[in-house]
Design a protein. Structure first.
Length: 225
């Protein structure tokens, strides 16, 4: 099935996201629902489909699927917040019940920023213990990845760290070793690229640059000890 080509977001996209952030209630959303469909939902889905088609065509062996977030929050998890999200995203990830334990590529859209990257958000503790043991016993592969990451200036490394460090390897491995989860990401304020069809190619290129990290961490997650 052929999809309509992504042509870029617009300032109306950001205006709607700001609006729902400060008017997070059903009457406001219903009055502006068509703006959401036209300026947020539709271009986000078009971007997701275009990025997925290009990346999946280059790497069918990864067997990824694409998932686009819904604006509606789970009513069971509102925690005092309004019923709608003011930030939306899509992911390229593995299928299956344990997909959330594996690394995933993502693109995210906020009222005042957008970005993309690779997240290892819900890896099991045993996986991160396996990661540290791999560094302790044979650090060569991760050391090469860490050096390459430190040498580039686009993506940043983030992720919750253990309150009590698990060890203290030499730089640059020290930036990776003591994290419970990992986020390799790029983000920026809304700019001309956000409003351009060229954004799709930029996201695909970013995912390509992060592919070695996806491969490394997926192997760790799936490895049986």
């Amino acid at each position: 099935m052929e999809h309509k080509q992504f042509s870029g977001f617009s300032e109306a996209t950001n205006e709607f996201l700001w609006g729902i952030r400060f008017n997070n209630e059903r009457p406001w959303f219903q009055a502006h629902k068509q703006e959401y469909i036209d300026h947020v939902q539709t271009p986000l889905r078009q971007l997701a489909e275009e990025v997925y088609d290009a990346f999946n065509a280059a790497h069918p062996e990864l067997e990824l699927i694409v998932r686009v977030s819904r604006i509606y929050r789970d009513a069971r998890r509102l925690y005092g917040r309004g019923p709608y999200k003011s930030n939306l995203w899509f992911t390229l990830r593995s299928a299956g019940e344990d997909w959330n334990e594996l690394p995933a590529f993502w693109f995210g859209l906020h009222p005042d920023s957008y970005g993309y990257g690779l997240g290892v958000y819900d890896a099991r503790p045993v996986t991160m213990a396996r990661f540290r043991r791999q560094i302790d016993e044979d650090p060569r592969e991760m050391l090469a990845l860490a050096k390459a990451f430190a040498a580039q200036d686009k993506f940043r490394l983030d992720g919750e760290e253990y309150k009590r460090p698990k060890g203290s390897p030499e730089p640059p491995l020290d930036q990776w070793y003591n994290r419970k989860r990992l986020d390799l990401y790029y983000d920026t304020r809304p700019d001309a690229r956000l409003y351009s069809p060229e954004l799709a190619g930029e996201v695909v290129e970013g995912f390509e640059r992060l592919l070695p990290y996806y491969t490394y961490f997926k192997k760790l997650c799936l490895r049986a000890d």
